[in-house]
Design a protein around this ligand. Structure first.
Ligand SMILES: Nc1ncnc2c1ncn2[C@@H]1O[C@H](COP(=O)(O)OP(=O)(O)OP(=O)(O)O)[C@@H](O)[C@H]1O
Length: 880
C-alpha cells in the first residue's frame, strides 16, 4: 500500500511496461546516425541535400480569417494531423519561401558550424553533437513535406508570420504492458471535479488520496534503503537526501540488496584473478574486496585546487597516453586487416567462462554489412548490429541476463525467430560481425562501432575525433587485443543506483577516467530489472549531445554488465543546490541549468525518448560546469515524427537589430554570432573584425528570415506505467490516465521550481500526501526568495495539470524555448557559455577527491595516485 512509504523518502517508482515497444523502437537508435565512416561532413552538402529533399509545396498564403483559430484548437489539432499554417505577410519580404528557408537553414548550419569551431577550439572531448545533430536535422528535413492545400490549420500562435510545416505524428508503437486496471482508474469526471480550481484543497487532498489508483505494482512499492549496510560517507549521507529510485514490482530491502551489491566485488576480483597477463608496468596486485574503498574512505572532501574552465579536456592523469598516441596511429596503419578488431577476431585473454564483450554500435558501415549479410543469409535477419564477444555458454542461452544476445537487437524486438537466428549464427560471427555461439574458446569479435579503429575512431562522430578517450580505448584494445574489466583500474565508487553501482575507473595505461556502471546480471534478472538496464544501454548508445552522456563501450560477462561512460566530476545539481547560500540557485543560474536541461530533453524527444525522471539528482555537472543528464533506465521509448515550423518573415525588427545587434545582451537574432553573454573561449569565424561582423549581421538582419523551427515532439507516445519520483510525478501518471511526452514538461516545471525555490511545489508530509497534492492542489509560489514574473509564468505554464494544456505539449521544447524567461538566450552557443558555477576539484556527488581534470592541473599517474591516497585514505586497489 502507498501508506507503507516512509514520509521522508522520495522515490522513483515504476511498473513493468513498454518492453515490447522498446524493442520495437530499436530502429530509432540508428536514425540519428547518418554519416558513414570516411564520409566527409559538409554543411553545404547538407543544405543542398536538404533542399533537394524538401518538397515545398506550401503556398505560404492563408487567408487572414484563418488566423482566428484558437490556440487550444491548434494544439489539439496538432496532435492529430499535419499542420501547415502560412501567413499573409509571408510573401511580403521579397524572398521566395524556398530561398528564405534555405537561408534560414544555412543560418542554422552556420550556427552549428560555429559551435563545432568552438568545440574544436576548446578541444572539447566528449558529448559534442555537431555532425550527428546535423545528420539528425538533415534526416528530419528530408522527411518534411509541405502541403499547404491539404492542411487547414491557419494558426500562428500570435507570431503573425509563422508558416508551419508539419508531419503527421507517427503512431506510437509503444505497447502497454501494464495498464492500470479500469476499476482502479479514477473517472475523468471525478478527477476534473477534483481538480477544479474552486475545490477545497484540503478536502481535495483527502479525497484524492482515496482516489489514487493503487495498482498491484504500487502495492509493492517500498522505500529503497538509504543505506545498504555500509558505512556512510559524508557524500553518501548527502545522497540519502536524494530521491532514490525504487522498483515498484519487487521490493528490495537492505537485506536483499546488500549481498548482491557486495557480490560484485568478488566477481571483479574473480575476473582479475583469472586474468593471466597483467598490463605491462602494472603491479599485478589484486586486492581483496576489502580493498575497495569503504564509504568512509571517501568521506574526506578536499576542496583544494583550482579549476580552469576553459580547458575542456578528457580526464587525463598523465601525459603518458599522449605520447603513446603517436605510436597508436602508426600501429593502426600497420595493423593487418585480420587482426583489426573491427573486422575480425581478436583474442580474449579472459577466462572463457566470464568473458563476454559487446561494443556499442555506432558505425553504420557495420549496419550495412549486417544488412548485406541478412540478404545473403535470411537466417541471420534480425541480427543485432552490434557484435558480441561472448562465450558459448552465454549466448547459447537466450534468456541469459546481461547485454548479450537477448539485449543486443536494436532494430526489432526479440522474437523466437531471432533466437533461432542466433542459434544459426554459430560460427558466423567473422562474417556477420556477430558473436559466435558455441565458439567462445577465448575468441572474441568486436563490432566496428567499437569506436576505436581507423577512421571511425570515435564511431560515427567526427566532431569527437579530438576526444582522446575514444583513442584511449582504441589504444588499449589494440595493445591487449581485448577489452573488458581487466582494462580498468577501479578508483572508487561514485554511487549506487537501483540497478547498478557506478565506479570511477581509469583505463589502464591511459590515465583516462571513466564512469563504469556495473550491474549484476543475476540481480537484474531476479528483480526483473533487466529491461531497465537494457533500455538504459540502448538509449545511451543513441546519444550524441553535449548535455547527455557518451557511452564509450559496454561489455558483459556472465555475471556483470558494464557500461563505460563519460565521467562527470562535478557532482549533481541536487548537491550543488544544497551548497548554495539559500539552498536555491539564483535566477541566472537556474536559467542556465534549465536551458541546458531543456536542450537535452528536446534532443531526447527528437529521438523518441521520453525521459520521465527529471530531477536535480540526475543532472550531473561536468568538469567544465555544464550539465549532463543521466540515468535513462526509466525512460520510455516511442515513435516520433518531425515537424517543421517555418518562419516566413523576420521575427525581430531589422532596424532594431541592425543598429547594434551584438551589443544587445538580449540579441536573439539567429545570425548574431555574438553570444548573449561572455564566451571568452569562442571567437566566431565571421567576427574576425568587429566592423565586418556588424556590417554582416546588419545586412543579414535586413535580408533574411528567421530560422525555421524543428519540432519533433512524441505527442502520441503513451504509457500507463507508474514511473518517476513522487515529488516530480505528473498528475496524469498519478491518476493512471496514461501519459506521454508532456510528463517531461511537467517535471521540467517542478525542476525549475526547485532550482529557484529550493523545494518542490507539491511535497507533502509523505509520499501519499505528495501525490494527492500534485493531483489536487493549486500551484503556489513562496514569497521568498524573490523570483521574477517570467520565471513564475513559465513554471505556471509547465505545471498545468491537464497535459494537453501544458506548455510544451504540442511543440515541445520549441514552445518553452520561446518563453520570455529564456529571452535573449543564445541557445546555439550555450555550450560555450561560462556556467554559473565551476566545480571545485572535489566530487560533490561523492565527497571524494578527484584528481585535477584540467590540463594545467594534470598530474602524473604516480602523483595522482599519491594524492588519492593522501586525500581519500588510499583508494589503493587495482582489481584488474
Ligand atoms: N557518469 C557519471 N559520472 C559521475 N558520477 C556518476 C556518473 N553516473 C552516475 N554517477 C553517480 O553514480 C550514482 C549512481 O548512478 P546510477 O545512474 O547508477 O543510479 P541513479 O542515478 O541513482 O538512478 P537509477 O537507480 O535509476 O539508475 C549517481 O547518483 C551519481 O552520483
Amino acid at each position: 500500500m502507498m501508506g507503507t512509504l516512509s514520509a521522508g523518502t522520495s522515490e522513483i517508482v515504476e511498473s513493468a511496461e513498454e518492453l515490447d515497444s522498446e524493442l520495437k523502437m530499436n530502429d530509432i537508435a540508428g536514425r540519428h546516425r547518418l554519416l558513414k565512416p570516411g564520409q566527409n561532413y559538409s554543411i553545404e552538402d547538407d543544405i543542398n541535400q536538404l533542399f533537394e529533399a524538401i518538397d515545398i509545396r506550401c503556398s505560404g498564403r492563408v487567408s487572414g480569417t484563418s488566423h482566428q483559430v484558437s490556440k487550444d484548437a491548434f494544439r489539439k489539432s496538432a496532435m492529430k494531423r499535419p499542420i501547415r499554417v502560412s501567413s499573409p505577410q509571408s510573401s511580403g519580404i521579397g524572398i521566395s519561401e524556398s530561398v528564405s528557408l534555405k537561408q534560414a537553414l544555412r543560418g542554422l548550419c552556420i550556427s552549428q558550424a560555429s559551435e563545432m569551431a568552438a568545440m574544436k577550439r576548446l578541444s572539447k572531448p566528449a558529448g559534442l553533437s555537431g555532425s550527428s545533430e546535423a545528420g539528425t536535422i538533415k534526416r528530419l528535413y528530408r522527411a518534411v513535406v509541405v502541403d499547404a492545400s491539404e492542411s487547414g490549420l491557419p494558426f500562428n500562435e500570435g507570431k503573425g508570420n509563422l508558416v508551419e510545416i508539419s508531419l503527421v505524428p507517427e503512431k506510437s508503437t509503444s505497447s502497454f504492458y501494464e495498464k492500470v486496471p479500469e476499476s482502479l482508474q479514477v473517472p475523468k469526471a471525478e478527477l476534473s471535479q477534483q481538480c477544479a480550481p474552486s475545490c477545497n484543497p484540503v478536502a481535495d487532498a483527502t479525497t484524492a488520496k482515496s482516489m489514487l489508483p493503487i495498482t498491484p505494482a504500487q502495492d509493492e512499492i517500498v522505500p529503497l534503503p538509504a543505506e545498504i549496510g555500509r558505512e556512510k560517507s559524508k557524500a553518501e549521507l548527502e545522497q540519502n537526501g536524494k530521491r532514490k529510485p525504487v522498483h515498484s514490482l519487487l521490493s528490495v530491502d537492505a537485506g536483499e540488496r546488500l549481498p548482491k551489491l557486495e557480490k560484485i566485488v568478488p566477481t571483479l576480483n574473480e575476473v582479475a584473478s583469472k586474468t593471466s597477463t597483467l598490463d605491462k608496468g602494472q603491479k599485478g596486485k589484486l586486492h581483496s574486496a576489502s580493498s575497495l574503498p569503504s564509504a568512509s574512505s571517501g568521506s574526506k572532501v578536499s576542496k583544494s585546487g583550482s579549476y580552469s574552465p576553459h580547458l575542456i579536456k578528457p580526464v587525463f592523469r598523465s601525459k603518458n597516453f599522449v605520447k603513446k598516441k603517436v605510436k597508436l596511429d602508426s600501429a593502426l596503419a600497420s595493423t593487418p586487416a585480420g587482426s583489426n578488431p573491427r573486422n575480425g577476431t581478436i583474442n580474449n585473454d579472459l577466462d572463457p567462462s566470464t568473458s563476454k564483450l559487446v561494443f556499442q554500435t555506432y558505425n553504420y558501415t557495420l549496419k550495412n554489412e549486417t544488412k548485406e549479410n541478412e540478404k545473403a543469409s535470411p537466417a541471420s535477419s534480425g541480427r543485432n548490429v552490434s557484435i558480441e564477444v561472448s562465450s558459448s555458454v552465454v549466448d547459447s542461452d537466450a534468456s541469459k541476463p546481461g547485454f548479450g544476445s537477448n539485449c543486443s537487437n536494436r532494430t526489432r524486438g526479440v522474437t523466437k525467430g531471432d533466437e533461432r537466428s542466433r542459434s544459426s549464427e554459430k560460427g558466423e560471427f567473422s562474417q556477420s560481425s556477430k558473436s559466435s555461439i558455441g565458439q567462445y574458446s577465448s575468441s572474441t569479435s568486436i563490432s566496428e562501432e567499437s569506436n576505436v579503429s581507423g577512421s571511425s575512431r570515435s564511431g560515427n562522430r567526427p566532431h569527437m575525433s579530438k576526444d582522446l578517450r575514444w583513442e584511449a580505448i582504441h589504444h588499449v584494445q589494440k595493445q591487449h587485443e581485448t577489452f573488458g574489466l581487466r582494462n580498468f583500474k577501479l578508483l572508487k565508487r561514485l554511487g549506487c543506483g537501483d540497478i547498478g553501482t557506478v565506479y570511477l575507473v581509469e583505463l589502464t595505461g591511459t590515465n583516462c577516467l571513466f564512469a563504469l556502471k556495473v550491474m549484476d546480471n543475476e540481480f537484474l534478472a531476479t528483480r526483473k530489472k533487466m529491461p531497465r538496464a537494457q533500455t538504459e544501454r540502448e538509449i545511451l548508445q543513441m546519444l550524441d549531445h553535449p548535455f547527455l552522456p557518451t557511452l564509450y563501450a559496454h561489455f558483459t560477462t556472465d555475471k556483470l554488465s558494464c557500461l563505460v561512460m563519460e565521467y562527470c566530476p562535478g557532482g549533481d545539481l541536487h548537491v550543488l543546490r544544497q551548497k548554495q547560500p539559500s539552498r536555491s540557485f539564483s535566477e541566472q543560474a537556474a536559467r542556465f541549468y534549465a536551458a541546458e536541461v531543456l536542450l537535452a530533453l528536446e534532443y531526447l524527444h527528437m529521438l523518441g525518448v521520453v525521459y520521465r525522471d527529471l530531477k536535480p539528482e540526475n543532472i550531473l555537472v561536468r568538469e567544465d560546469g555544464h550539465i549532463m543528464l543521466s540515468d535513462f533506465d526509466l525512460s520510455l521509448r516511442c515513435a516520433v515524427n518531425p515537424m517543421l515550423l517555418k518562419s516566413a518573415s523576420p521575427v525581430v525588427e531589422p532596424t532594431k537589430k541592425a543598429s547594434s545587434p551584438c551589443t544587445d545582451s538580449s540579441c536573439i537574432h539567429p545570425f548574431c554570432l555574438q553570444p548573449s553573454w561572455q564566451v571568452p573561449c569562442f571567437t566566431p569565424r565571421l567576427l574576425s573584425t568587429t566592423a565586418k561582423s556588424r556590417k554582416l549581421k546588419s545586412d543579414l538582419a535586413t535580408q533574411v528570415t528567421p530560422l525555421p523551427q524543428l519540432v519533433a515532439e512524441p505527442t502520441s507516445a503513451r504509457s500507463n506505467s507508474f514511473v518517476g519520483t513522487h515529488e516530480y510525478l505528473a498528475p496524469e501518471i498519478i491518476k493512471g490516465e496514461g501519459h506521454g511526452s508532456a510528463v517531461d514538461w511537467w517535471t521540467f516545471g517542478i525542476f525549475l521550481y526547485e532550482l529557484l525555490y529550493g523545494k518542490t511545489p507539491f511535497k507533502g508530509s509523505g509520499n501519499e500526501d505528495t501525490l494527492a497534492s500534485v493531483v489536487s492542489h493549486s500551484l503556489k509560489f513562496p514569497e521568498s526568495p524573490m523570483v521574477s514574473f517570467h520565471a513564475r509564468d513559465l513554471i505556471r505554464g509547465l505545471l498545468v495539470k491537464e497535459p494537453e494544456n501544458r506548455l510544451g505539449s504540442v511543440k515541445g521544447a520549441t514552445e518553452i524555448k520561446q518563453h520570455s524567461f529564456f529571452e535573449g538566450l543564445n541557445w546555439a552557443l550555450i555550450r560555450c557559455a561560462i556556467p554559473p558555477e565551476m566545480p571545485k576539484l572535489c566530487d560533490a556527488g561523492t565527497g571524494s577527491t578527484v584528481m585535477s581534470m584540467s590540463v594545467q592541473k594534470k598530474e602524473s599517474a604516480k602523483s595522482d595516485c599519491k594524492d588519492m591516497k593522501d586525500t581519500t585514505e588510499c583508494v589503493e586497489f587495482e582489481l584488474f
